[in-house]
Design a protein around this ligand. Sequence first.
Ligand code: BTN
Length: 331
Amino acid sequence: MAEQHNSVRLLQLLSDGAFHSGVELAQALGISRAAVWKQIQVVRDALGLAIISHKAKGYRLSRALELLDDKKIASYLCADAGESIGPISLHFSIDSTNSWLMAQSETEAPSGSVCLAERQTRGRGRHGRTWVSPFGGNIYLSMLWRYAMPMSQLNGISIACGVAVAEALTEFGLSGHALKWPNDLLWRRRKLAGILMEAKGEINGPTSVVVGVGLNTGLDDRQAVEIDQAWASLEQIRDFGEDIRNRVAARLIAHLDRTFKEFPRTGLQPYLQRWADYDLYRGEQVCLKLADNAVCGDYLGLSADGGITILVNGEQCRYSVGEVQLMRPDT
Ligand code: BTN
């Protein structure tokens, strides 16, 4: 624990990307210079961060880091617009923010609780895939919501959360992003964010829902070697200014919070209309991968219940599971 505390403090000191001497770091951390050197190795090895050492100048990170900060996130929420948040639990390193919040749902954790992490050691994607989650460069965010109603009355809530993420990014200043059924957020056909919804509850309610958002903000080629599809990150798209991660986290939290509150009253209908604004692939040829086969045809948009409609051999077919592959290549 003391070691983790020192790693956090060390990274806070180094986060500006400037050189800091061993003496300065030792004084700030209240440890010896030899212990600083050891701590630098821990951070390098455990977190995979590139730290440059210079005999005379000391140590610096190869690039500045904007660490997550719950106070900054709270300050970026617009109190005037009634935006508020549940407790934020900020982790330096965690297995998965979704797993953590699903476990918390068994405790007294209130509805609206948020979990954010600097890195995930077992970040999870849909279909049992891994979500690559290196330290300090992206957003790994989960939010818990508790409903009195059964899961069966919450059909389509994952579609609504996709719309919430897309709209949060628009408000943040992004344009040209698209939603791909059921829950991918793409930019120029490259994956920018993914959403993992999980729920548990009793047959007649209550139900706990956890939505997890992985958003690439500063992912680089070195970190992305294990990703087997085209990807994008906010920093590649354009300069969004300072403190991207805390600002975008605040937008995501505000939009998800609103969506979770509104969904039981409005149902899916208004979200289907809003999804259409981000549905850039209508009319395109897609293939839907199912458990043991695939169907291909023209993508016609979403169905009224949040499924996907595809024109297969002249017939409109509706599906509620599967994974969509766009057949037009990346541009
Ligand atoms: C996907 O597109 O496959 C979904 C990816 C979801 C990743 C996020 S990162 C935060 C949360 N914690 C996880 O372990 N997964 C989700």
